[in-house]
Write a protein that binds this ligand. Structure first.
Ligand SMILES: *[C@@H]1O[C@H](CO)[C@@H](O)[C@H](O)[C@H]1NC(C)=O
Ligand SMILES: *[C@@H]1O[C@H](CO)[C@@H](O)[C@H](O)[C@H]1NC(C)=O
Ligand SMILES: *[C@@H]1O[C@H](CO)[C@@H](O)[C@H](O)[C@H]1NC(C)=O
Ligand SMILES: *[C@@H]1O[C@H](CO)[C@@H](O)[C@H](O)[C@H]1NC(C)=O
Ligand SMILES: *[C@@H]1O[C@H](CO)[C@@H](O)[C@H](O)[C@H]1NC(C)=O
Length: 253
């Protein structure tokens, strides 16, 4: 049900680990709405790839085997192998950033999905966390549905802060830009607590965009293809708005 993902964008030649550190990288992590279920009905992906999500030779993706290839929807399938993946916000995000910042160069997407996770499982030292570290630069984060289900919700804010802080500490990048999506779910009874924690996040260089108003698909649970496209563009706009915070990454490195 709940799925986590990572998406990283590298700016330069991607097939070289040693030069990765010079790049502008984004991670997109979270649950199934981030992994992408747009166009999936009855566990079958309808194959429709909107114009905003088309492949582009400037958008690569890191495969599970850690090689780079031209990204093609559904980009998360080899990591999120327990689910049928569809359209996610990633390609829309990447295309929108490319279009609006032509100087950004080559973009690489690094999916890293894990089914049915909660934020504790993303904590420092966990396997998911370690996988993320080797690929992290900017974090795009959309998670919290699981926590709306039980009264663990009241711990979400402190866990979220700790998670963000841990990522920054471990990357030695205290100003790592983070864009999180405030969920808009009727999933569980504690949605308001989670939303509040997200919307009130007061950490430097953390932006919160709102999923409120995005349309869900025919399963009544997950974002539709047009909503995933829209979310990708919302995230891209937030990223483009970071301005100098983006450029400071290379200095810190
Ligand atoms: C990777 O980058 C290093 C440092 O720039 C360079 O010496 C090396 O040739 C590159 N390797 C490949 C496979 O591109
Ligand atoms: C790739 O994206 C750039 C920037 O949006 C665009 O100019 C170019 O036409 C695209 N290439 C393809 C093959 O779609
Ligand atoms: C989170 O997942 C871990 C590992 O499966 C589990 O031990 C823990 O109870 C879960 N926490 C919540 C709040 O569901
Ligand atoms: C991440 O990098 C560390 C140190 O270079 C390495 O030991 C570890 O195996 C890597 N993990 C993954 C998932 O690639
Ligand atoms: C996906 O997003 C929709 C719309 O915000 C929300 O109602 C739904 O609960 C989310 N589902 C999951 C599993 O995250």
């Amino acid at each position: 049900m709940v799925t986590c993902i990572f998406l990283i964008i590298l700016v330069v030649s991607l097939a070289n680990k040693t030069t990765d550190r010079n790049k502008n990288i984004f991670i997109l992590g979270g649950q199934s709405n981030m992994s992408g279920r747009g166009g999936v009905v009855n566990n079958i992906f309808d194959g429709f790839i909107p114009p905003e999500c088309q492949s582009n030779s400037s958008i690569l993706r890191l495969t599970k085997g850690l090689t780079y290839e031209e990204a093609k929807e559904p980009i998360h399938q080899d990591n999120d192998f327990f689910a049928i993946c569809g359209i996610c916000p990633g390609m829309s995000f990447a295309n929108f950033v490319l279009k609006n910042d032509p100087k950004i160069g080559v973009i690489g997407l690094v999916p890293c999905d894990v089914g049915a996770t909660n934020i504790s499982q993303w904590s420092q030292g966990s396997i998911f966390y370690n996988q993320m570290l080797n690929r992290t630069w900017t974090l795009l984060w959309y998670q919290g549905e699981t926590e709306t289900l039980n009264d663990d919700a009241k711990l979400y804010k402190s866990r979220l802060y700790k998670f963000f802080t841990d990522v920054r500490d471990d990357l030695n990048t205290p100003s790592l830009p983070i864009i999180q999506v405030a969920l808009a779910s009727k999933f569980g009874p504690y949605t308001e607590e989670i939303r509040q924690a997200q919307l009130e996040t007061q950490l430097q260089n953390v932006k919160t965009v709102d999923a409120n108003g995005l349309k869900i698909g025919p399963d009544f649970v997950l974002l539709s293809t047009p909503s995933e496209v829209q979310l990708g563009q919302i995230l891209a706009n937030a990223f483009l708005g970071f301005g100098s915070a983006r450029n400071s990454l290379e200095v810190i490195d």
